[in-house]
Design a protein around this ligand. Structure first.
Ligand code: PHE
Ligand code: ZN
Length: 897
């Protein structure tokens, strides 16, 4: 653990390494208590920098020997690094021997044990927990790895690249031993190293890619889980095909392996040729996984596979450039999922989901204590910067580039990027330059320095638009302003380049031709306006009536838009907009306006007929897809409503939203009955967009029907929900019915929850759902919080397993604001206790969960004071990890602001 070493690392302090490590030959004698590592490196000076000692990173490992060219040398430890002073002028061999203890490694960074096997996690700085090294991404080496272990316990021995040798060794005291030797021909940074030694089985598939080369794909899981690997394998095959077709990027490896592990801090990891995955993003069968899980697997399998080029072939020069690989790869996995979805509405559904995540996760981050640019300027703990900003906002920045250069232009840019930088460690600037250079006539190329403010400035820009129709001249002028609010360390901001996709709609719903002043004729009915000043004006001509503007179509930039549209305009967009995203957005805005009004004046919410009619029309619409309807009829989350307010009163938000849900349930009762009955899916399970959309809508309807029934004291719908829960043919419907019962606080929920636990007690990922469902149930009289506290003592609960810890702690503290933010501060006490406990086990995970307090300073009293006290208690913990310290210290700095 790195407690007490809280130094700030700055981007501007980057210097090239003093030495290069060209090759690494690693030998592991794997043992849970004491693993021996022999690390032989070919090292040479970097002649570009002044002569200096070699300083190697190392953490929580025991050094036993240091040899240079086979002779012992003197060395010292300084600031946690191993320093060797007198080294030969020319290339030399450096041999390090050290030991580590995988079994005690509860942080899950470096080499650790899980379910009786060995696994590694090296990004960002985990390799130094395995052996001494220049553990930084700009040092790229060719690895040869020999693994030795007990044969019966660890029959499968894997590392990156190709298997070159394997065989039996002399038996040890605990029985037969064996070894395997792997060689990875691609030079790579240490964060992409991986090994696995465990008792696993694999699903295998041979494929031949376009170029005619044969490849072996493998998905390794524990015995018994093999029948849950089909979807992951299909997703992998689809990823290979897609990257070749869309970006001409082929699979460059003879063998590509995915390994699932039950204890994992993140979603998955793109180690070269040996991806290691959280089981959550591999294992699925219809009985245990939901439609959402199936979609998650497809996108994460794609994401890690796409890293093979964007991240591995070209990697990051330093960790400040993290978005170079993550923003780009998220963009690629989003595009992949959209292309897989197929139809225009299914694509739009995916886009809406992505924007919803961005707004729910990234916007609050950008407005809170941890606000940072897509390319941060400083950090204490790099693990704290695997954020929604670096990932999701980073993806939006890449998407804006594509919007500015066009889809083909962007693909050309990617090709140029690889022809320039393949095999290198580069920067976000290098990427942006390549995309611009491949499209010299584009707006991106013309405005590149200004566009790059997106990388440098934190905070979500606000865009405010007002339209004015002038009947005599038949013109419509849009005045658009952009403002960027100050964020920590960035008081003044510069104007962004903002691509604003838009259209104009007539009162009858017709899309109007768009002709700007000075143009000879209209240019279609949709176009992208490029904003690059604090204020811009656009005048459209030849308009006979006042249009309704449809702005920021497809969410063409990550901004908050104030379009000042009246309800009547929003209703027009909801009915007629050809852009499905804005159509959805109009519905959300109508709901949001009503929620905000109710929260602000504290009066009980009373839904108006116009809104109810609009929602009914939408639900009953003859052409819209079920998946789209489900999104449109789902109210903005409490977190998103909170985003719009300052100060935030979570209880008032909850009350308003609950009231609105109930009224919507009651007012549309017959329509929900119809929706439920008309969207049953017959036949075998398939996670395709059409069937999953139907299931989603039917499940939403069922929840609404149960809410309404409970309020009326009716038992029919809860009874039907229980039957459906019992008889469901797949997890989506089973969990949907269980959710309907729990969320409506039906009496039958208890019985159903018990039954669910009994049915799935040996399925860890399903038990996670069981915990999460109880912790995310809408709060009612403090019951949900009390239950969550009680669940801490459940025999199946453990803080050591990240998925399980998240299923209860994150679910309650992050996804259930009304249960968490209590006037008696008990939620904050619960939070502080868990963070303190978890800090000693897994600081990375503790720091992630600590993030719920990011926006504490915007809370209304008494919440604000209670939150401050809890933060101070965590900050005062002796030996607090630098991970959690960075988060709580930054949060507490908000106090003065
Ligand atoms: N690089 C991984 C991904 O995004 C995420 C990750 C980061 C996993 C750090 C583990 C540790 O694909
Ligand atoms: Zn990634």
């Amino acid at each position: 653990m790195r407690e007490g070493t809280a130094t700030l690392i700055r981007r501007e302090d980057y210097t090239a390494p003093a030495y290069w490590i060209k090759t690494v030959d690693l030998t592991f004698d794997l043992d849970p208590i004491k693993t021996l590592v022999i690390n032989r490196m070919q090292v040479e000076r970097n002649t570009g920098v002044p002569v200096q000692p070699l300083k190697l990173h190392g953490e929580d490992i025991m050094l036993t020997r240091v040899l240079v060219n086979n002779e012992s040398v003197s060395f010292r430890h300084e600031d946690g690094m191993l320093v060797i002073d007198n080294l030969p002028e020319g290339p030399f061999q450096l041999e390090i021997r050290n030991t580590c203890c995988p079994e005690k490694n509860t942080q899950l960074s470096g080499l650790y044990t899980s379910g009786g096997g060995f696994f590694t996690q090296c990004e960002a700085e985990g390799f130094r927990r395995i052996t001494y090294f220049l553990d930084r991404p700009d040092v790229m080496a060719v690895y040869t790895v020999t693994l030795r272990a007990a044969k019966t316990q660890y029959p499968v021995l894997l590392s990156n690249g190709n298997l070159v040798e394997q065989g039996d060794m002399m038996a040890g005291v605990y029985g037969p031993r064996h070894f395997a030797k792997w060689h990875d021909p691609f030079p790579k940074p240490s964060y992409l190293f991986a090994l696995v030694a465990a008792d696993l089985v694999a699903r295998e598939q041979h494929i031949r890619t376009r170029s005619g080369k044969d490849h072996l794909l493998q998905v390794y899981v524990r015995r018994g889980d093999l029948e849950k690997t089909e979807h992951a394998m299909n997703s992998l095959i689809a990823s290979v095909v897609w990257d070749e077709a869309r970006f001409k990027l082929p699979l460059d490896l003879e063998r590509f392996m995915i390994v699932a592990v039950g204890d994992f801090n993140m979603g998955a990891m793109e180690n070269k040729g040996l991806n290691i995955f959280n089981t959550k993003f591999v294992l699925a069968n219809p009985a245990t996984a939901t439609d959402v899980d199936y979609a998650g697997i497809e996108s994460v399998v794609g994401h890690e596979y796409f890293h093979n080029w964007t991240g591995n072939r070209i990697t990051c020069r330093d960790w400040f450039q993290l978005s170079l690989k993550e923003g780009l790869t998220v963009f690629r996995d989003q595009e992949f999922s959209m292309d897989m979805a197929g139809t225009a509405t299914a694509r739009a559904v995916k886009r809406i989901e992505d924007v919803r995540t961005l707004r729910q996760m990234q916007f609050p981050e950008d407005a809170g204590a941890m606000a940072h640019p897509v390319r941060p300027d400083s950090y204490v703990e790099i693990n704290n910067f695997y954020t929604a900003t670096v990932y999701e906002k980073g993806a939006e920045v890449v998407r804006m580039m594509q919007t500015l250069v066009g889809r083909e232009g962007f693909a050309r840019g990617i090709t140029l990027y690889f022809s320039r930088f393949d095999g290198q460690a580069v920067t976000c600037d290098d990427f942006a330059q390549a995309i611009a250079d491949a499209n010299p006539q584009s707006e991106l190329a013309k405005q590149l320095p200004q566009f790059k403010h997106w990388y440098a400035q934190a905070g979500t820009p606000r865009v405010s638009a007002r339209g004015r129709y002038d009947a005599p001249s038949r013109t419509y002028t849009l005045g658009i302003e952009q403002t960027a609010l100050p964020s920590p360390g960035q008081p003044v901001k510069q104007a962004y380049v903002i691509p604003l996709a838009m259209g104009l709609i007539g009162r009858d719903g017709q899309a109007l031709p768009l002709q700007l002043e000075g143009e000879a004729q209209p240019v279609g009915t949709e176009r992208v306006l490029v904003l690059n000043e604090a204020r811009s004006f656009f005048t459209f001509v030849n308009l006979d009536v006042e249009p309704v503007p449809s702005l920021l179509r497809g969410f063409s930039a990550p901004v908050v838009l104030a379009d000042h549209l009246a309800d009547a305009d929003l209703l027009t967009l909801l009915q007629h907009d050809t852009d499905p995203f804005n159509r959805w957005e109009a519905g959300q805005r109508l709901a949001l306006n009503r929620l905000l009004a109710a929260v602000k004046d504290g009066a009980p919410l009373q839904l108006d007929d116009a809104f109810i009619d609009a929602m009914r029309k939408l639900l009953r619409h003859p052409e819209l897809d079920a998946a789209f309807k489900e999104l449109a009829l789902t109210l903005p989350s409490e977190a998103y409503v909170a985003e719009q307010l300052n100060p935030v009163d979570p209880q008032r938000i909850h009350q308003a939203r609950e009231a609105m849900l109930l009224q919507l349930a009651q007012a549309l009762r017959d329509d929900w009955v119809w929706a439920f009955e008309a969207h049953q899916v017959k036949g075998g399970y398939s996670p395709d967009p059409v069937s999953s959309g139907r299931r989603a809508l039917a499940n939403l309807a069922l929840t609404m029907l149960c809410r309404d029934a409970i309020a009326r004291g009716d038992v029919v719908w809860p009874g039907r929900a229980y039957e459906r829960f019992k008889d469901a043919g797949n997890m989506t419907d089973r969990l949907g019915a269980l959710t309907a019962l729990t969320h409506s606080h039906a009496e039958l929920a208890e019985l159903a929850l018990q039954r669910f636990h009994t049915l799935f007690k040996s399925e860890a990922l399903v038990i996670d759902k069981w915990f999460a469902l109880q912790a995310t149930t809408p709060e009612k009289d403090g019951q949900v919080f009390a239950r969550a506290k009680h669940l801490l003592k459940h025999p199946d609960f453990s803080l050591k397993n990240p998925n399980r810890a998240r299923s209860l702690i994150a679910a309650l503290c992050m996804n259930n604001p009304a249960a968490f933010h209590r006037s008696d501060a008990a939620g904050y006490v619960f939070w502080a206790d868990r963070i303190i406990e978890l800090d000693g086990i897994n600081p990375q995970l503790a720091a992630r969960l600590a993030r719920v307090m990011d926006r504490w300073s915007k809370l209304a009293e008494p919440y604000r004071s209670g939150a401050a006290e809890a933060l101070k208690r965590v900050a005062a913990k002796p030996n607090l990890s630098s991970d959690v310290a960075e988060i709580v210290h930054r949060a507490l700095q908000q106090e003065s602001q």
